[in-house]
Design a protein around this ligand. Structure first.
Ligand code: R1P
Ligand code: GUN
Length: 328
């Protein structure tokens, strides 16, 4: 792994003055001893994204219309896909590898409820050592594959005291804590073939899709487990302190995690329609207490996700059916 600031994360290395990723792609350079960091937006130029997208569309014989990102423990969303063509991340040129438990590390392309879809069974997180542009690079690949709708899902801690473990929060907005700290997947020179220099993010979460999801939840009889709220992404991998959770609550955050926001920014930048939800896998303590069971842990996150996968799968498949029927 490249330990310097110029490289693209796990698998990177230096050859002479050149920094390479695990497949040997150049991702930065050194000038003598001085490191010139590569701006995030240049880690994956348009042509490289195009190559990856070609690999997937030619390999699957499909141009998927809907992209799904499976959150921690929610890989079963991709298991619903019919006639799947599976691409292990290791075998996709210039693709990162998944390093987190509950993220299998494969791309599944096929059909779901009649719609052509591609799903990431495993996403990339900032805390794995990947820059944000690398974490959200697959969203641009989706775009060039033909994807119009991004479905991003995640496991998150519930800060809103009304939220219970197992509830689903439809995201209608976010607070980008990594952005507050000056980090963005769009940092660096802008390529207008993807989108504008200064993308607006109000109305990022498609209201029609949120309303349709609420109707579907009613039809499923789970409306009491459905909320609409604000998600915030922190860098992780540590979970939050009580003081941080109190601060997030004061800012209007309902659920917290370590993903999704940079994917949504990348998707909106290239004008994709976004639907996103958080499965609440743990309740976040916002008061000091000695109770050990209030500490978040990844085993619990995975176990709750497994228990609730049926409801999440039904919600996603029914919403995809609606989108497909509306355009048929
Ligand atoms: O956001 P996803 O990938 O669902 O996973 C969430 O769960 C993990 C922590 O348990 C973190 O990776 C956090 O972001
Ligand atoms: N940051 C964060 N991520 C999570 N993912 C699942 N639960 C949590 C949590 O409580 N905090």
């Amino acid at each position: 792994m490249c330990s310097r600031d110029c490289c693209s994360g796990p698998g990177g290395s230096h050859r002479g003055n050149t920094c390479t990723d695990k497949k040997g792609a150049k991702s930065g350079s050194l000038a003598g001893e001085k490191i010139i960091p590569t701006p995030q937006s240049l880690l994956y130029p348009y042509e490289v994204i195009e190559e990856i997208a070609d690999f997937i569309t030619k390999g699957s014989g499909m141009r998927p219309r809907i992209g799904i990102i499976c959150g921690s423990g929610l890989g079963s969303l991709a298991d619903m896909i019919q006639d799947p063509k599976i691409f292990e991340y290791e075998k996709i040129p210039n693709f990162p590898v998944s390093t987190v438990e509950g993220h299998a590390g494969r791309l599944v392309v096929g059909t779901l409820e009649g719609a052509t879809v591609m799903a990431m069974q495993g996403r990339f997180h900032f805390y794995e050592g990947y820059p944000l542009a690398k974490c959200s690079m697959p969203v641009r690949v989706m775009k060039l594959c033909g994807v119009e709708y991004l479905f991003a899902t995640n496991a998150a801690g519930g800060i809103n005291p009304r939220f219970q473990v197992g509830d689903i929060m439809l995201m209608h907005d976010h607070v980008n804590m990594l952005g507050f700290a000056g980090n963005s997947p769009l940092q660096g020179p802008n390529d207008p073939r993807f989108g504008p220099r200064f993308p607006a993010l109000v109305n990022s979460y498609n209201k029609d899709l949120i309303n349709k999801a609420i109707e579907i939840a009613k039809a499923m009889g789970i409306e009491s487990n459905i909320h609409v709220g604000v998600y915030s992404c922190l860098g992780g991998p540590n979970y939050e302190t009580i003081a941080e959770l109190k601060a997030l609550r004061m800012m209007g955050v309902d659920a917290v995690g370590m993903s999704t926001v940079h994917e949504v920014i990348t998707a909106r930048h290239c004008d994709m329609k976004v639907f996103a939800f958080s499965l609440i896998t743990n309740k976040c303590a916002t008061e000091y207490s000695d109770k050990k069971d209030e500490e978040a842990n990844h085993d619990e996150v995975m176990a709750v996700a497994k228990n609730r996968q049926k409801a999440c799968c039904e919600l996603v498949s029914r919403l995809i059916r609606e989108i497909h029927m509306a355009s048929a």
